[in-house]
Design a protein around this ligand. Sequence first.
Ligand SMILES: [Ca+2]
Length: 85
Amino acid sequence: MFLCFRPVHHRITQAIESAFKKADVDGNGTLDVKELMQIMATLGSTMDMKEAETCLAVLDVDNSGSVSLDEFLTFMERHDGNVLF
Ligand SMILES: [Ca+2]
């Protein structure tokens, strides 16, 4: 599987935060797999359910089964938005 995120820089952290809040449909502060598909589509990377599950497993550092804003931002910053799965 090969997946390429658009370059994301610190200055658009706010844009990511805003996309995160929009994708967090149930407003619980974390993204489940469906919400993750939504935010990636917003950020320019559409993925199917299987890709989203793989993505979730990578992002979900504390193995909670969902992605928090911190996990998402940390990941995007660490990889400078360029991610290969
Ligand atoms: Ca949620």
